[in-house]
Every structure is written in C-alpha cells, then in structure tokens.
Design a binder for this molecule. Sequence first.
Ligand SMILES: Nc1ncnc2c1ncn2[C@@H]1O[C@H](COP(=O)(O)OP(=O)(O)OP(=O)(O)O)[C@@H](O)[C@H]1O
Length: 611
Amino acid sequence: VEDDVSSTMINFLAKLSNNNGRQNSNLAWKPGSDPCRDLWQGVVCDDKNASVQKLFLNRSSLAGTLDVGMLCNSQPLAASLKSLNLDGNNISGAIANEVGNCKNLSHLNVSGNQLSGILPSSLAMLSNLKELDISNNRFSGNLPNMSSLSGLNIFLAQNNQLMGEIPPYNFSKFDYFNVSFNDLSGPIPDLQNHFSADSFLGNPELCGNNLPKSCLSYPISDAKPPDSEESKRPSKRQILMYSGYAILGLVFILLVVLALCTGNKTRNKVQAEKEATDDSTIDKPSYASNEYKSSLSRPEVSVTTESGMVSKSLVVFSRPYVNDITLEDLMRSPAELIGRGKFGSLYKVMLDNGMMVVVKRINDLNISSHDFKQRMQMVSQVHHHHVLSPLAFYCSKQEKLLVYEYQENGSLFKLLHGYSKDFDWTSRLGIAATVAGALAFMHQELGECGIRIAHGNLKSSNILLNKNMDACISEYGATVMDDQELKIQQSSSFASSYAAGASDVFKVDVYGFGVILLELLTGKLVKSNGMDLTEWVESVVREEWTGEVFDRSLLSEYVSEERMVNLLQVAIKCINHSPEGRPTMNQVAHMINAIKEEEEKSLIYEARGWA
Ligand SMILES: Nc1ncnc2c1ncn2[C@@H]1O[C@H](COP(=O)(O)OP(=O)(O)OP(=O)(O)O)[C@@H](O)[C@H]1O
C-alpha cells in the first residue's frame, strides 16, 4: 500500500479520535507500518494486500470529527474503498460533498453518532451504493434524491431532523427502508406494498395510509410540485371538495354541541345520584377529566385536525386496538386521575373501543424532544413479555405524554403494602426472578444502542401485575436523571457515592432493584417514620441479627431461612454504596434463578415426602 494512503488513514483516524492529534490507542495504526501487511485493526484489504477495501471503525470510542473529504480526496484510497463503518461512536461533523469521489463505496454506515448538517447531493452519485445507514444522528435538510441508485437496497435514516418531502424512491428495490422520527412532510410515495407505516412514524407532517395524518390536502393523483403557481390555486374539484368538508364539519360540530348538552344533563343527574348514595371518600378515584382535558388541549398540545378527525401529533406504535387512536380520541375520552408522582400525573382513560389505557403526563423531563423521541422509539422496538411497551407517545417542547395499557391488578407496591396479606414466599421469589430477567434483557438490548437507556425510576409502584398476576415493568426509559436529581433522590448519608456512579445508568437500576428485593423480603416501606429501609437492613445485618429483617408473615410460612438469606445477600450486593461494586443485572438474574431452582427442587422433595 502506498505511503500516502497509510498517512491519510492515520490522519483520518487522528481527527476521528479527537485525542490531541493522536489516534485511538486501541487501534494502533502505526506510522511507517503497512495497513494490509501489518494487519491494522479494523482494516480489510484485497487478496493481494495491495489496497484498502473496508474500514470497520464501529464502536471504537471515537469522539472526534469526520473528515470524509480526507479519505475520498486521496486518489488510491478513493478508488479502492468499498465499505466505511463508523457505527456507534460519538463522532461529530458532517458528511462532506467529497464523499462522491469514493466511487466504489457500496456500504456507508455512520449510524449512532452526533453527525449533523445537510446530506450532500453527491451521495446520489455513488452508483455502487448498496447500504446507507445514517440513522440516529442529527442530520437536517432534505433527503437526497437517490432514485437513480439502482443497487441501493438498505436505506436507514430514522431519528434525525430531516425535513421536506420524500423523493420518489423505487420502494420495490429496498429490503430495508426507514425514515421514522424526523420532520418530513407531505405525502408518502407509493410504497408498492413493501413497507408499513412503521417506517414513517414520528413525522407529524407526513401523511398517508395508516399514518396519523391523512393526505386530504395532498390529493396524490393530482400531485403537482408543491410550490408551483398552479398548485397554489385550488382547482374546481378541490373547491367543491373543501366546501363539502366545511358543510360536513358544521353539521358535525352542531351534533357534538347537541350531544354535549344532553350528555351533561344526564351526567350531572347520575353524579348527583351517586353522591347522594355514596358518602365514602377513602380510596375513591378522583375524577379529573377537566384537568386532564385542559392539560391536553393547551395550545402546544392541541390537535390540528383535518376533516375534524385526524390528530396531527400523537405517535402511535402499531398494536391491535390502538392502531388508529388519535390525540383527539384521548382528549374526548373519560379520564380519571390515578396518581401524581414526582415525575408527573397519571390518568386512566377509557377509549371508544372500550380499551382502558393510562396516560402519563411527564413534568420537566430533562431531555430535548429529539432525544425523547429517539428513546421512546428504541424502547418500543425492544419487546419482552414482562416489560410494558408504550402504545403511543406525544412530545412537544413543553409537554410529554406516554400511553400504556392499563394493568388491572395494580402494582407490586400495593400488593406488598396494601390490605392483602396473601403474598407468599414462592410468589415473591417468582416476581423477583421475573423482574430481574426482564431488566437484564432490557439492559442487554438497550446497552448496545449509542445512548444506553436504563429504566431510570425502578421501584415497586412501577412493577405492575397483569390479569394473570404476571409482573411487568412499566415506564421503562421514561425518566432521565442527572447527577443533581440523583443526589436529591437519595438520603444524604450516601448521596455522593451514589451520584458519583450515575454515569453508569444501569447501575442505578441495579440499586433500585435491590431496594425492591428488600421490600419483598421485609414487607416494609422504603421510607417510613423517618426510617430508611436500606440503612435499617444494613444496620441489622451489621449487628448480626439477620433473622430480624424478614417479613413475619414469611417466617410463619416455614420458608427456608437459608434461601431468604441468599436472596438478602443478592439485595445487599445490589445496594452497594459504590456503583462499581454492584453486580450487573445479568449476574443478579443468574443468582436469583439459582435460588429459585433450589426452591423448586426442595418443593419437589417435599411433595414426594423425601424431606
Ligand atoms: N399501566 C398501568 N396500569 C395500572 N396502574 C398503573 C399503570 N401505570 C401506573 N400505575 C399505577 O398508578 C399509580 C400512579 O403511577 P405514577 O407513575 O403516576 O406514580 P409513581 O409510580 O408512584 O411515581 P413516578 O412519577 O415516580 O413514576 C401507581 O400506583 C402505579 O402503580
């Protein structure tokens, strides 16, 4: 390989590494050595070791600037390079127009970085391009028209800030196509039945079949360039169509007003009758539909409807029953306030189709709309039977809403600290194992995405029980805590050590899970009469009175104290003051499964009378 190729590559990597002109030491590309013969890490050469064909610099902790121009202006390299993979770093900068000089590039993957700027039109000149992945960055401007690239079969651009209309791509050529969660507008082109709405979700101004917004204002068959003079003047057909809609709209509004008047009278009567017969106020749900509706109909949340029916802004993930739910549906459905936590209020809402959902209004979440969208999309893509996925979300600068399925059997918190005393050891151990397994799975899946999304607010009120009494984790990823919040959240005695490790967000979840284990073992509240559960358990264990820790109702069940002590040891590891000292959720899940297996074996022994 020519010397100037080696030195270009070293300079390219030094810029990407942002390490005072030095490159990332893990990769060890040494001046004076040969990229092919000396087997530089991440470099793939041709059979004769004469030219560099592929660069795999993905997940290499690079946090500098991308200078594609440097690579593609170096003639031998520009001619030989077929694949450039920079996925999953923290690289900033833009894709320079010179990328068009890398004529043989077939795979370009810059996903999961901090890249920004406008996509160069020269991308459309890469006639060998097969895969282009620019997802999870901050690119803006229009999508390049790459309809002439006949070999392009993967195009991923989700989670950026791209604008404008989608060019007329030939969708039959794509195996994968995704432009969801951008700011694209206008009608989606003819998909030739190749892609579902999921590839386009999260673009409030995009319209088409199965998208929240219909294309009434963009009759596709009459499509003209949107800013041509003629398109600005409505045609006779359009005038007739709009007048029809206006009349229908008026009739609809009159009917709604009429229905509201009669409905109000009936409701007032029913309410009055109810109040007369029911004077108990304890545990009665507080009806809050007015507060809820006014919160949802504030200007920044209000729906812009077309033909009075289509919501502009609710992002709905495709699930049965809620596929065509709109923000308007949520607004007009009966709502009841069921909780007001630190991070927002929770409403129970009954949809027209009888489905019960909960809507969480999140206050002051320390996160931009773009990042929130990105988080929610990633969380919704990871499916685990014991994690409640959001059904839909809404997001503006001022307001964030999350919609979940209602879980009728309440929370683990209620089961432990409510009136029911019927919560035996086997069920507690089962819930601990289920939650640990689900959390380990989520950490594994979401640890691989660039931003590492943790639950962020794990506690027994966020562990819900479905109709089969199976535990599921709710509100995964809905809380983003900074160090300051962590300090406030924790008791002063170990706030600093706890917050110091906040950078590993997963270890914060491990701590939260440890506290849940302590609740399961002791049956005690996390905070009660000024006592902190973790401090109390630690002091009792220090004094070697471990037996005192356990819930009395468990002791009366003749549960093996050895297995309870084993579970307590797992809990104590999880609440280690030093985050680095805590196990990973995967390790926790293994430890709990081992205890559960022991328990199951002993139950079999007992059943056979061998004990
Ligand atoms: N999908 C759901 N179905 C049924 N009950 C739920 C659902 N989501 C939450 N809850 C319950 O509603 C109550 C209020 O929840 P909310 O999330 O507002 O408060 P929290 O969990 O106590 O506080 P935070 O704001 O810190 O999450 C809790 O008891 C919770 O268990």
